[in-house]
Design a protein around this ligand. Structure first.
Ligand code: GLU
Length: 420
């Protein structure tokens, strides 16, 4: 991973470029360059051996212009404040592009969650929740899962917050287990959104879905679900990877078998996967494979200036947040690669988080069919908005998405005015 400073620089670069396209004055959007609030916390945790270890955590609220803050919580050993600031700002833009009534936020703890016992992870999560308690709440800021966190962790957040309040508050966090107010379809929502956007992109390009070759970097919740759903649509998934490296099979990998292997609970990684005709490759080779579509579904800054000239896929669908650096983006643009941007592609997660929050605050439950149908409607509408905006202004899709998002946020800011 490159320095996370680049992540924030990439965001500012895209923001300035889109603002110029919109003809905005610096005054109109300057506030968007700064998060509204940043909280840094120190989290002491009693480890199983009796030692006290102190972890660093953050919650950054980028914008409340369009509604309460919304955004995930990341547990990762290399996370830092600049990365969290960029991720929070992307949440503001993501919620605006799909037109759901939220601003953006992001939280993180600098920790490798896989090195902690479950009891340690639970104590860390409860203490982190207590430390950020003044900032969060169903009408203020609603966390959700991100890299390194999951439904169980969201359940601990819900319980901790509820203990402080003295009553159950399911709407304080989304991506919870279904038994305590989580939404059906939430776990798969980001991957389902990626599949929908990939399918719509192919339709708009006049290309068939059947037989389209796809390489996916990352086999976590997002990459894994995307692989499975695209395979169901008739795509040929020729390569996938995780932190241990990638696997490749020209005639198509058996995704069901791979997911069963990875999910068997023994911490299996792809480096240990064996299958008929399956070759092991590096992550770099995966990114530069000759496929129709490349889907980065791991971390930021994977497609760099160094990698970009060697990319052979004609379409990149950004399932991760910020996988392409801004200098690499310029190279891809020159090469005529269609880059479908993260703030549109991976918005399915936060869209179903919105449905979960709606269900929680109204004490309602939706069935999975309703969740998936409404998700599809929102994703396709946002996709068409972005595609049409890019087409009519002859700009890249990322700029089309930023234009729509910034326009919505700036409009809200203007209507509300600057306090006092
Ligand atoms: N962490 C996810 C994202 O980056 C989901 C956020 C949410 O559901 O609030 O979009």
């Amino acid at each position: 991973m490159q320095e996370s400073f680049d992540t924030y620089q990439s965001l500012l670069y895209s923001l300035d470029r889109a603002a110029a396209l919109l003809g905005l004055e610096e005054n109109d959007y300057v506030a968007l360059k700064y998060p509204e609030r940043e909280l840094k916390v120190s989290i002491p945790v009693e480890m199983d051996d009796g030692r006290i270890e102190v972890f660093e955590g953050y919650r950054v609220q980028h914008s409340t212009s369009r509604g309460p803050c919304k955004g995930g919580l990341r547990y990762h050993p290399e996370v830092d404040i600049n990365e969290v600031k960029a991720l929070a700002a992307w949440m503001t833009l993501k919620c605006a592009v799909v037109n759901i009534p939220y601003g953006g936020a992001k939280g993180a703890v600098k920790v490798d969650p896989y090195q902690l016992s479950k009891a340690e992870l639970k104590r860390l999560t409860r203490r982190y929740t207590a430390m950020i308690l003044p900032l969060i709440g169903p009408e203020k800021d609603i966390p959700a899962p991100d890299v390194g966190t999951n439904a169980e962790i969201m359940g601990w957040i819900m319980d901790t917050y509820s203990m402080f309040k003295g009553y159950s508050v399911p709407g304080v966090v989304t991506g919870k287990p279904v038994d305590i107010g989580g939404s059906l379809g939430r776990r798969e929502a980001t991957g389902r959104g990626v599949m929908l956007i990939t399918r719509e992109t192919l339709h708009r390009m006049g290309k068939p879905v059947l037989g389209t070759t796809v390489a996916i970097q990352g086999m976590g919740n997002v990459g894994g679900t995307t692989a499975r759903l695209l395979e169901l649509e008739g795509c040929r998934i020729v390569a996938v990877s995780d932190i241990s490296g990638g696997i490749y099979k020209r005639s198509g990998l058996d995704i069901t078998d791979i997911l069963a292997y990875l999910g068997s609970g023994s911490g299996n990684l792809l480096s240990g996967y064996e299958g008929d005709g399956v070759k092991h490759i590096t992550n770099e080779v995966l990114l530069t494979l000759d496929t129709d579509i490349l889907i980065p579904a791991a971390m930021e800054n994977q497609i760099t200036l160094e990698i970009a000239p060697r990319i052979r896929a004609r379409v990149i669908v950004e399932a991760a947040n910020g996988p392409t650096t801004s200098d690499a983006d310029a190279v891809l643009e020159k090469q005529g690669v269609t880059v479908v941007p993260d703030i549109l592609v991976n918005a399915g997660g936060v869209v179903v988080s919105y449905f979960e929050w709606i269900q929680n605050i109204q004490s309602l439950t939706w069935d999975e069919e309703e969740v998936n149908r409404t998700l599809e409607k929102i994703m396709i509408r946002a996709f068409n908005d972005v595609w049409d905006s890019a087409l009519s202004d002859k700009i890249p899709l990322r700029m089309g998405a930023y234009k729509i998002a910034i326009d919505r946020v700036v409009k809200a800011k203007k209507i509300r005015g600057v306090f006092p």
